[in-house]
Design a protein around this ligand. Structure first.
Ligand SMILES: Cc1cc2nc3c(=O)[nH]c(=O)nc-3n(C[C@H](O)[C@H](O)[C@H](O)COP(=O)(O)O)c2cc1C
Length: 204
């Protein structure tokens, strides 16, 4: 994959903030350029699930995240946007990107994308990826799934999005939560075309 093209990474307010943050960690550690959008609603989840407190001051959020990941040397590779910043780079199709990963994706974000109602920057960026025929990976988090959720996900899939439910392959023999997270992040990266050895692959 062309490392000069940034990847849009969005974290919405579904359970599993760790999946978004670990995907970000891997990409930054491997020198990818990231345009990060964390939905306003996900700030609460970052704090309740990971103890990661994100400032309301836009200038401090990047620091909060890089400090948490112990990656303060990666400040050049990361741009952070608020979900109401419609003037942000990913909002325009003329801004070239390698595509977008939404991890985790709430059902509310899935519904907004599938209806084309671009209510925030995450939804607008996904809308741009769909219209520009760029890669869009959606990691939906909800259980059980209603017919409404399934219909919305089918619509996204029919429009080229890759739907990646965060379900563990037990053949990878996970022994810890870290192993489970690595399996899921590894699958997400695989599907985005990023080589990794985060999990034990099936091989006889
Ligand atoms: C602790 C917590 C966990 C949640 N987990 C989920 C979830 O896993 N999936 C989901 O679709 N919504 C979940 N929600 C509800 C969403 O946060 C809510 O629908 C919100 O409007 C989504 O906003 P966003 O899509 O802009 O990020 C959760 C809410 C809270 C407070």
């Amino acid at each position: 994959m062309d490392k000069n093209l940034p990847i849009i990474l969005a974290i919405s307010a579904a359970s599993g903030f760790i999946l978004g943050i670990k995907t970000l960690e891997y990409l930054l550690e491997h020198d990818y350029k990231i345009e990060l959008i964390v939905s306003q609603n996900a700030y609460y989840i970052a704090e309740s699930e990971l103890g990661l407190v994100l400032s309301q001051d836009k200038n401090l959020i990047k620091n909060n995240i890089l400090e948490y990941l112990n990656l303060k040397n990666k400040t050049e590779s990361l741009k952070v946007w608020l979900d109401n910043e419609f003037h942000a780079n990913p909002s325009s199709g003329s801004y070239k990107t390698a595509g977008m990963i939404i991890v985790p994706s709430s059902m509310s974000t899935v519904a907004a994308i599938s209806s084309g109602y671009t209510s925030n920057l995450i939804v607008r960026s996904a809308d741009v990826c769909i219209k520009e025929k760029r890669k869009l990976l959606v990691v939906p988090r909800e259980t059980p799934l209603s017919s409404i959720h399934l219909e919305n996900l089918l619509k996204l899939s029919n429009n080229g999005a890759i739907i990646v439910p965060p379900t563990i392959g037990f053949y990878s023999d996970p022994q810890s939560l870290d192993d489970c997270v690595n399996f899921l992040v590894g699958k997400i990266l695989d599907l985005f075309g990023i080589d990794n050895s985060l999990y034990k692959r099936w091989s006889l």
